[in-house]
Design a protein around this ligand. Structure first.
Ligand SMILES: [Zn+2]
Length: 467
């Protein structure tokens, strides 16, 4: 394990926690109070260098979050940077505060949907999520001891009410909807049921009590098996729709009135259909994991489809660069900019989808059923050691030989044929290679999968390939 060398009085921090778009590690072990304090001082120092005098701070519902947030606040203040604490909040409320208060920068202490023993930091400077070099520069700041010292001020702010009122001002449902909401015992449980009620929905909350052990299911709404209880409750209550949120509320999952799982491809397709006609010729950004049918629909709707690498920070940066009106990832980070701020916000996205549903004479199942994504897989994971995954991906890129296909190397390798595609890339958040496939027929899907299997075998014949 590579360690970040620090001053003698600090324990070493593992370099691997500084990831592509956030800082993430096992609480106590890799992210101790001391290391979080030191990272806080580095963030505060970097903020002051960028003329940011005050940072907003929020933390999620994990067991380690209250004590680590105290360490984070101490560290930031010790650099001389001021702190405004927003307390226990879902991540989108921190983003919201950077757009609606006097302060445009902040730090969210969260490990999103990761297992309960993890924690992490998402850093926003001037309304932009830090990524790659900017995150590595925090690490090198600690290594080279370029840390400011001072005595920053402290204040608290309650953002929940302002957030809910703002969304209710923007979104009016045409008819009341019966909605089951599943927060997986994570921090959105504090906000999502209240928001849905304020929008006029008849709300049935399940697993909305915050419990950092996540006792009922993992708070990852992109995995259908996590939404089994939600689907059952939707059917039992004869609800119009089921809404699930991820561990820190930036992503959303949906269950239709018939209990069917809706993936992000189809949520994005519905949003494209509703938003793009009002903003012709604007860009819509989507990641390499998304359906090719989404790109086609974006173009047919009159917008410019822009494919980009996966990762919420990269997506938001690309959206600003392309002045996109809408964006989204297959992992269900969805970004809306026509009447919202363009950050990933599962609760706002849910509210927008409910608005579309409330304006339609169709049921939620009929609304999503209109989009045909052919035969596709969900995300397939092949476990590969953290130290090896990027090297293996490089090797695969060298060995790749798909003469009849278009090869896209924005992020890993996406091989596109007229009737299907396959993707392999290294995960930025877990020790794994990630794959996804889509084709017009089941036979074609298997053919493309077999091509990827052969590629993987040529790089490592002992790899455990689970498809
Ligand atoms: Zn999340």
């Amino acid at each position: 394990m590579t360690l970040v060398a620090t001053q003698a009085d600090h324990e070493a921090i593992p370099a691997s926690i500084f990831r592509a778009y956030d800082i993430r590690g096992i609480a106590e072990l890799q992210l101790s109070k001391d290391s979080v304090r030191l990272i806080g001082q580095a963030i505060g120092s970097e903020a002051l260098d960028q003329n940011i005098a005050t940072l907003l701070i929020g933390y999620d519902g994990r067991l380690s979050s209250p004590s680590l947030s105290i360490a984070l606040i101490e560290g930031i203040r010790s650099s001389g940077c001021n702190v405004v604490s927003l307390g226990l909040i879902p991540t989108p409320l921190l983003y919201f505060a950077t757009h609606t208060t006097d302060f445009d920068s902040g730090v969210m202490l969260t490990a999103s949907h990761n297992p309960s023993n993890y924690n992490g930091l998402k850093v926003v400077f001037h309304q932009t999520s830090l990524a790659e070099n900017q995150i590595q520069s925090l690490r090198s700041r600690i290594e080279t001891n370029r840390l400011r010292t001072g005595d920053g001020g402290f204040a608290e702010l309650d953002i929940d009410k302002l957030y809910i009122e703002d969304i209710c001002r923007r979104i009016k449902l045409e008819q009341p909807l019966k909605v089951v909401v599943d927060c997986g015992n994570a921090v959105p449980g504090k906000v999502a049921p209240v928001l849905l009620g304020a929008l006029g929905c008849d709300v049935y909350p399940i697993f909305c009590e915050i419990d950092g052990n996540f006792p009922n299911h993992h708070p990852d709404p992109t995995v259908p098996k996590n939404l089994v209880a939600l689907a059952a409750t939707v059917l039992e209550k004869k609800a119009d729709v089921g809404v699930a949120l991820d561990g820190d509320g930036d992503r959303v999952g949906l269950i239709t009135n018939l209990g069917n799982f809706v993936d992000a491809d189809r949520m994005l397709m519905l949003l494209v259909q509703a938003i793009v006609p009002n903003f012709p010729n604007r860009a819509v950004v989507y990641d390499v994991k998304c359906s090719s049918k989404l790109g086609t629909l974006i173009a047919e709707s009159g917008a410019l489809p822009v494919m980009h690498r996966s990762g919420h920070s990269f997506m938001k940066q690309k959206m600003q660069e392309a002045n996109a009106i809408l964006g989204g990832e297959f992992a269900a980070h969805i970004f809306i900019r026509d009447d919202w701020f363009g950050f990933d916000d599962g609760m706002y996205v849910a509210a927008r989808l409910l608005k579309i549903l409330s304006e339609s004479s169709k049921t939620s199942d009929e609304l999503f059923d209109q989009f045909d994504t052919g035969f596709s897989t969900s995300e397939i994971k092949i476990e590969v050691a953290e130290e090896r995954k990027f090297l293996l991906m490089e090797q695969l890129l060298e060995l790749a030989d798909f003469p009849a296909a278009k090869q896209i190397t924005l992020d890993g390798l996406r091989v596109e044929y007229a009737d299907g595609w396959g993707l392999i890339r290294a995960s930025n958040t877990s020790p794994a290679l990630l794959l996804r496939f889509e084709a017009d027929t089941q036979t074609r899907l298997l053919e493309i999968q077999n091509q990827f299997k052969a590629l993987l075998r040529s790089a490592d014949k002992d790899l455990e390939i689970g498809f």
